[in-house]
Design a protein. Structure first.
Lengths: 361, 339, 344
């Protein structure tokens, strides 16, 4: 198991105002029940600061979506959380233990404090009622004292906010394009001014141009409204651009956590490096392109060493025998941790290998 | 072009282990599959019992129509299930009836399934005019009220042969499954793997038989199972109404005789309960097989049961929120992890 | 050598009422042996209709498809020569059959191998070519026992079995994990060179299109709006739509300020054209007009195909379907949409 990530509570960034922590996850563990239980999330810890975008990158089956469901306590059987703690710090400075909320508290907590946008969310709009009514339902459920006119004007404002004509309140979902529906869903997620929005592949099903428009919109709204975002996707290139901090997941664990801006050039974990080599840059020079050979490990197994060892070109003896811990690399620019023996002074000398730094092509 | 090329090393390590091997291994794995579902094992055991009774029973049973002096006797050592009003042994009758009921049920179901496969898959795959025509045909058969038609035809061929009964039941029961198979075929024939087969020039009949049919096997089997139930029930109904040749002993005919002899009012329960129970248990067993097959063949229904205690504890807070409700687009409801 | 030539191809789909819907409009291009042509477009651009027409799954409304210079090629011969790799490796293999079946059938159906030992050997060879070894183990498996990347290799091997001249690849990696995409693309690239295949790479991803093809065609609503050598089309896009596509791709090396600046310019451009709010039906004119920031009066007429770059050897040069570059038109905008950072 990983020790809880060290150094995550680094000093707040200077001149950025009070960037306090809004969501703190400690050692989250999720298992899928089965004849051999699948340990989908294996001790994930992170902190989300107010107003920041935390990107979570990973490939299919790495546990990133399961993590998203765990964070919102929306796991459905056979998945269940087997460990960890989730603390939410509200605007008012109140600390909430998310795992102790009962159903009713959870209901009010979601949407008012934290909301989610899923990849297929645009298909979850009720096809038989208008967009306006669906917004109305949200307000009726969560803001019972709101008048009819107020509900309508708020709906129109929300739609305008995400770049949809306010007249669309009377439209049915099927009258909108996929991109517009996804905008509607984002507007719904923001309807009650949550402090955290979790987005799980929110634009993957959309065309590149539409995807870009929506991301620009989210970014603008975030600057305006100041909510935090956890953005989950397999598209590392996208995350590098839009997030402040980036966590890379592999086999249910965070294997690297770094400031997004610098990760592209200085990735410390071989898997991150491999991912970065896996997609060509549009306008950059043509370079050697290759993916990462092999497949992710079976999450039902309990390999003793590093989960990535079989696919890693730098793997050496300790990788097979002991699991690497997330270690702070002590780099400037904020906490930067990686779970790789190559960065562990204790092992590096044994390997006689240079650090992974500077291995970038 | 790419500046450099990496030939990926997809070694054996990349391959997940999977089952493979000869018939013995397959048999063993089929046995494991059966044992995974309790419903399937119970259903199969019951059906095996019926088949055994139907196949072997009549050889040991005495003459079912042989009269004796024991009139309307309750079950006893000499007559395990008692006797009828005319002194026939109910147990002997039940053995013989089981065989004929099963034969009628299976034969009619086979025929109905065959018709539905040909018409449903044929129409679905061919499309165009043939599909229109075949669809029309199955729609017509679908809206014809089945039981009255069966009654009319049976009374026309009253005293008719066993074959007539089988034909009548088959003809009135294939249409619904044909429609299901047609819909499934329509969806399968635009699957990429079928397109790929068309692309390399596979012949049509091969595409239907080799690429499409195996993927509908589960549906066909389950439809066959329900066709058997339907056929046995229909036959029993017809016989009960006196529309069958009374010399062919079936469960339905036994009920018919019992009814005529007012077995119910005279309290001769041993006469009508065994055939009635046979019909009910047989139907239940077939349904169990069908559900059990779904369970073992469809991984989504293959639920792992961690243990009784855990389940019952979690059951009450399991909500299945209506997905259509607007609240559900956003994270309002749902189920939280048990901690 | 030209393997496949498409002349003035149009594809129509019947609609419930009214005129048929024209999914592909007057498209011409040719596929050369040993070269890759990328067809880039978003969903609804008509690229899958092009593929269907090329694989003879739909009959074109107009135009000709010439295989080896002839347009009267019989079905059997055509099927042998033109094969396709599908997008979704989970849907393109039949769940009830083994890998062996998937490769053996095309070999037998096209007469490329005889039943028995020759077919066994051919299957082994095919699996070896797509790096699936040990072949005997793989051949016994069923699709669900393989990973997505392995399935796609099987699909490629199946397409190679008839020994085609032309390979159509329909978004072959978009359903795969990022880390294995390049292996598959490199594999296709290698096979193309080894077998002298004419490869049509259909994708929505500009970056891989640039890296894996020599020429790019950009499709929008059934028409090719820009075509040319891949570096020119991507690095110096001329058509406003291509510029928009290029600007939408994430730039990995940009600093925060560059990212923010890019976003501001994009949003300004978007406010200008305001796409979603006036999605108007275009008659004869440019189909990109409702979304185009440079739309002008002449755009209601059908734009000409203008030469925007030198006609380099081999290809037909760099062209764009846009009034901005028509003869006598005003000065073309010098990429108002910001370019990505310069190559390091």
């Amino acid at each position: 198991m990983n020790a809880p990530a060290t150094g995550l509570t680094g000093p707040a960034e200077p001149a950025a105002g009070p960037r306090d922590v809004v969501l703190r996850a400690r050692d989250i563990r999720v298992e899928y029940d089965g004849e051999r239980p699948t340990r989908a999330v294996r001790g994930v810890s992170f902190e989300l600061r107010r107003g920041e975008v935390l990107g979570i990158a990973g490939e299919s089956g790495c546990g990133k979506s399961t993590l998203a469901y765990a964070l919102t306590r929306m796991l459905k059987a056979p998945a269940r959380m087997t460990g960890g703690s989730l603390t939410f710090r509200t605007r008012e400075g109140e600390e909430l233990d998310l795992l102790s909320l009962d159903d009713e508290e959870l209901r009010t907590f979601r949407w008012t404090r934290l909301s989610m946008v899923f990849q297929s969310a645009m298909n979850a709009l009720n096809p038989v009622t208008t967009i306006g009514r669906q917004f109305g339902d949200i307000f009726r459920a969560h803001r019972p004292d709101m008048g009819k006119d107020e509900r309508l004007s708020r709906t129109r404002a929300l739609l305008e906010m995400v770049g949809i004509d306010a007249g669309r309140t009377s439209s049915y979902p099927h009258e909108l394009s996929g991109g517009m529906r996804q905008r509607v869903v984002i507007a719904m997620a923001l309807a009650l001014e949550p402090e955290v929005v979790i987005m799980d592949e929110p634009t993957t099903a959309l065309d590149v141009v539409v995807q870009r428009e929506i991301l620009d919109e989210v970014e603008r709204l975030r600057e305006e409204l100041g909510f935090s975002v956890i953005f989950i996707t397999h598209d590392l290139g996208l995350l590098l651009e839009i997030s402040d901090r980036l966590a890379v997941m592999y086999a249910g664990e965070i294997i690297e956590y770094a400031p997004a801006e610098e990760l592209a050039t200085r990735a410390a974990h071989p898997y991150t490096q491999g991912l970065l080599r896996s997609f060509p840059d549009l306008t950059g020079v043509r370079r050697e392109l290759r993916g990462i050979p092999g497949s992710p490990p079976d999450l039902r197994a309990e390999p003793p060493g590093c989960a990535f060892a079989d696919r890693c070109e730098h793997a050496f003896d300790p990788c097979r025998s002991s699991a690497p811990r997330l270690l702070d690399l002590g780099r400037p620019g904020g906490p930067w941790t990686a779970a790789c023996h190559l960065n562990d002074p204790g092992h590096r000398s044994a390997a006689g290998a240079p650090t992974t730094e500077g291995r970038q092509s | 072009m790419t500046t450099a090329d990496i030939t990926s090393a997809a070694g054996p390590a990349e391959l997940p282990p999977g089952p493979s091997g000869g018939p013995a291994v397959r048999l063993a794995s089929a046995w494991r599959t059966v044992r995974r579902s309790r419903r399937l094992s119970i259903g199969l055991a019951l059906i095996a019992l019926f088949v055994l009774l139907g196949v072997v029973g009549p050889f040991f049973a005495g003459d079912p129509n042989g009269f004796s002096m024991d009139l309307a006797q309750p079950p006893s050592g000499s007559h395990w299930l008692g006797t009828t009003q005319t002194g026939q042994d109910v147990f002997d009758q039940l053995m013989v009836s089981t065989r004929l009921s099963l034969v009628i049920g299976v034969a009619a179901a086979l025929l109905a399934t065959a018709i539905s496969v040909v018409i449903g898959i044929g129409g679905g795959f061919l499309g165009g005019w043939s599909d229109e025509t075949l669809s029309l045909l199955s729609n017509v058969f679908l809206v014809i009220p089945g039981l009255p038609l069966v009654i009319v035809i049976s009374s026309y061929s009253r005293g008719g042969s066993l074959t007539a009964t089988i034909l009548v039941i088959a003809i009135t029961s294939w249409a619904a499954s044909a429609r299901v198979l047609r819909a499934q075929t329509l969806s399968l024939r635009t699957r990429d793997y079928v397109l790929a087969a068309r692309l390399y020039g596979e012949k049509r009949w091969r595409i239907v038989l080799v690429e499409i049919l195996p993927n509908e096997a589960a549906i066909i089997v389950s439809q066959f199972i329900f066709a058997v139930i339907f056929a046995i029930l229909t036959q029993a109904g017809l016989a009960f109404l006196g529309l069958q040749n009374p010399s062919d002993l079936t469960w339905g005919n036994m009920l018919y005789f019992a009814q005529n002899a007012e077995a119910l009012s005279s309290g001769s329960w041993w006469w009508f309960v065994p055939p009635g129970l046979c019909i009910a248990v047989f139907g239940a067993a077939m349904s169990l097989i069908s559900f059990g097959l779904d369970e073992v063949l469809d991984p989504k229904l293959r639920v792992y049961r961690p243990g009784r205690q855990k389940r019952s504890r979690r059951q009450p807070d399991r909500q299945h929120p209506d997905r259509q409700h607007p609240d559900q687009q956003q994270p309002i409801q749902g189920e939280e992890a048990a901690r | 050598m030209t393997a496949l030539e498409v002349q003035n191809l149009s594809v129509d789909y019947a609609q419930a009422h009214g005129r048929p819907f024209r999914a592909v409009h007057n498209l011409s291009f040719s596929l050369e042996a040993g070269r890759t042509l990328a067809l880039v477009g978003e969903s609804g651009s008509g690229k899958s209709s092009v593929l269907k027409a090329l694989s003879r799954l739909v009959r074109p409304a107009e135009g000709r498809i010439l295989l080896g210079g002839r347009d009267d090629v019989r079905g059997r011969e055509y099927r042998r020569a033109v094969q396709m790799v599908f997008q979704d490796p989970f849907a393109s293999l039949n769940p009830s059959h083994t890998i062996d079946h998937h490769l053996r059938r095309p070999l037998l159906a096209t007469g490329r191998a005889r039943r028995g030992a020759p077919a066994d050997q051919a299957v082994t060879e095919l699996l070896g070519q797509v790096n699936l070894t040990p072949a005997a183990d793989v051949a016994r498996k069923r699709p669900h026992e393989l990973s997505g990347g392995q399935r796609q290799r099987v699909a490629i091997a199946r397409a190679l079995a008839p020994q085609p001249d032309v390979l159509l690849a329909d978004e072959p990696v978009s359903m795969l994990d990022v880390s294995i995409r390049l292996e598959i693309l490199n594999l296709l690239d290698r096979l193309k060179r080894e077998r002298d295949l004419a490869l049509l790479y259909v994708t929505h991803d500009l970056a891989t299109a640039r890296h894996f093809s020599s020429e790019i065609m950009v499709m929008y609503r059934g028409e090719v709006v820009e075509r040319g050598p891949s570096d020119e089309v991507i690095l110096a896009p001329k058509h406003p739509y291509t510029q928009l596509l290029a600007a939408a791709a994430p730039s990995t090396g940009a600093t925060r300020e560059q990212v923010r600046e890019g976003r501001r310019v994009r949003q300004a451009a978007r406010a200008q054209r305001d796409a979603e709010r006036r999605e108007i039906v275009v008659g004869d004119g440019c189909r990109f007009r409702p979304r185009c920031p440079f739309a002008m009066d002449s755009c209601v007429r059908r734009p000409p195909e203008a030469q925007v770059g030198p006609a380099a050897g081999g290809g037909s040069g760099h062209g764009a379907l846009c009034w901005l570059y028509a003869e006598g038109a005003g000065k073309a905008p010098a990429a108002t949409v910001p370019q990505q950072k310069p190559a390091p």
